[in-house]
Design a protein around this ligand. Structure first.
Ligand code: IPE
Ligand code: IPE
Ligand code: MG
Length: 261
């Protein structure tokens, strides 16, 4: 028998997914992949996959902030992605602008510091302006650093770092003997962020696609089959739990690591 509206019990909202207590990676990076396939399997244009992907970005930024992650770095657009068809690039730039405008309040309210890394000067002027605006508005926040890799390429970053180091040596500001790992790190975009603990790639692809090659030397990599538009809080927390189950040895033996704990 159908219930009358007067007697209808309002449905209890599902409980908010929570990360079980335990170690939280200080710095997580995500290769947000699979938007195009998500759309194509639905017979939809690729840009719809990107639009749904933007919703996943919003969810995961909030989930990371609430979980106590110090730094979240998202691969949103690679240097190589400029080679995609013009309409797709245009749509991605529109979505990026839309994100930077619509998320401003959430970012500021949650104490998030936003920064863009990569060849950002190649972004359309409107997008770059909004990026710079939000970077400066959020500069004093100390809740979580949200880094958007935009027009980013890791080999390009390393080449730029080499050029800057060479210039500083030529100008007498640096002597070659003083170039250490820490010095090289200072010339990268991620300088000042905690070491990259966990790299997640969605959509099952087993490659780095020119992302954070220097930074990921000892990063734990977790690949999920889930396509980025379907990536949600429970899947994000599963990736963190996989990270927790790993033993990070940094070249040592298991016995050494166990005795250090
Ligand atoms: C990731 O999804 C978004 C960007 C690279 C900008 P893709 O667009 O690469 O999706 P697939 O890999 O074609 O499914
Ligand atoms: C990597 O994904 C770039 C981003 C997620 C922004 P791609 O889809 O461009 O990588 P490939 O081409 O499959 O290696
Ligand atoms: Mg892809």
């Amino acid at each position: 028998m159908a219930e009358s509206p007067a007697n209808a019990v309002s449905p209890v909202p599902p409980p908010k997914p929570r990360l079980p207590p335990g170690r939280v990676p200080r710095h997580i990076a995500i290769i947000m992949d699979g938007n195009g396939r998500w759309a194509e399997t639905r017979g939809r244009p690729r840009y719809e996959g990107h639009a749904y992907g933007a919703r996943s970005v919003r969810k995961i930024v909030t989930a990371a902030r609430e979980a106590g992650v110090e730094a979240l770095t998202l691969y949103a657009f690679s240097v190589q992605n400029w080679e995609r068809p013009d309409v797709e690039v245009e749509r991605l730039m529109e979505l990026l602008l839309d994100y930077l405008v619509s998320e401003r309040e959430t970012i500021l309210k949650n104490g998030i510091r936003l920064q863009g890394i990569g060849q950002v000067e190649r972004l359309p002027p409107k997008v770059l302006r909004q990026l710079r605006f939000l970077e400066s508005e959020s500069a004093d926040n100390n809740g979580m650093v949200l880094t958007l890799a935009l027009s980013y390429g890791s080999r390009e970053e390393i080449v730029d770092a080499c050029r800057s180091i060479a210039r500083d040596v030529a100008a007498g500001r640096l002597v070659p003997e003083d170039i250490t790992e820490a010095v090289v790190d200072r010339y990268t975009f991620t300088h000042g962020l905690p070491a990259l603990d966990l790299l997640i790639r969605t959509s099952g692809e087993l490659r780095l696609s020119n992302f954070l090659l220097w930074q990921s030397a000892y990063t734990e990599i977790v690949v999920t089959e889930v396509l980025w538009p379907d990536f949600d809080e429970p899947e994000f927390f599963r990736c963190i739990e996989t990270f927790r189950s790993r033993e990070r040895r940094f070249g040592k033996t298991s016995g050494q690591v166990a005795s250090e704990v």
